[in-house]
Design a protein around this ligand. Structure first.
Ligand code: ADP
Ligand code: MG
Ligand code: MG
Length: 254
């Protein structure tokens, strides 16, 4: 079974249709990039998969490991191994990064019928991941994202991802605001996480991040539909030619 199957998905915000029939199949071991011009619906797709309440699915289906994702509460999506990283990470004053990470791990374990992780075991795990992700150990003692630089937020996100070992990582990146270091942090994180039994969907406006993450498939979203899909070479074509030629192709076909 695919990890994710999106079938003819239509989504509206405030009664206005934004996604107009999206189809996407993500199988184990695959990395997919969703590209497209501003306003094409990339974040709408990511937010819908995350279960944000302001996005109304008017028709279509989403299956996650064969189960109806749209019937799952957002927190259950996370407990079932979906990891959602977003453009604008939330700040949690007073909640230390390590506490947040432990809570996330424990929620997943309890959901799977296991006990919460012991303090020592968590400490060991955290140490090894902090080393692996190459973040400053001080960072996990600070409040979640409060006063974090862009790069620190990204490192914290990648640390979360490394700890949770998601089955499906979904990243919505406007890499416009990211410097090369931050891009590399995210990309290394996604690359390091790659396993035959998990998958990632990376939403991005610019081709730049795809110099570091090598996707197996690239999809171009235009006006709420996937107008074109291809291999990694498609990202290079988009970098060279922009998005207009895809849009022209869509208009010509419709
Ligand atoms: P992208 O991520 O590809 O730039 P979005 O999914 O953010 O595109 O936006 C798609 C369209 O939906 C845009 O026309 C945008 O103005 C509209 N839109 C997105 N979010 C909202 C919202 N919360 N309320 C109203 N319109 C929205
Ligand atoms: Mg349709
Ligand atoms: Mg967006």
């Amino acid at each position: 079974t695919p990890i994710l199957e999106v079938k003819d998905l239509h989504v509206s915000i405030d009664g206005q249709e934004i996604l107009r029939g999206v189809d996407l199949t993500v199988r184990p071991g695959e990395v997919h990039a969703i590209m497209g011009p501003n306003g094409s619906g990339k974040s709408t797709l990511a937010n819908t998969l995350a279960g944000r309440p302001e996005y109304t699915v008017t028709s279509g289906k989403v299956l996650y490991n064969g189960a109806d994702l749209l019937k799952m509460q957002p927190e259950d999506r996370a407990r079932e191994g979906m990891f959602l990283a977003f453009q604008y990470p939330i700040e949690l004053p007073g909640v230390r990064a390590w506490q947040f990470l432990k809570a996330a791990i424990d929620a997943k374990r309890v959901h799977q019928g296991e006990e919460e992780m012991g303090a020592r075991e968590f400490d060991r795990l955290l140490r090894s991941k902090v080393e692996e992700v190459e973040i400053d150990p001080e960072l996990v003692r600070r409040s979640v994202n409060e006063g974090f630089s862009g790069g620190e937020k990204k490192r914290n996100e990648v640390l979360q991802m490394a700890l949770l070992e998601p089955k499906l990582a979904l990243l919505d990146e406007t890499d416009s605001g990211l410097d090369i270091d931050a891009l590399r942090i995210v990309s290394d994180g996604v690359n390091r996480l790659r396993r035959p039994d998990n998958a990632a969907v990376v939403v991005t406006h610019y081709q730049r991040i795809l110099n570091y993450i090598k996707p197996d498939y690239v999809h171009v979203l235009v006006d709420g539909r996937i107008a074109l899909s291809g291999g990694p070479e498609l990202a290079e074509q988009l970098e060279a030619r922009g998005y207009d030629w895809v849009r022209e192709g869509v208009d010509a076909a419709s």
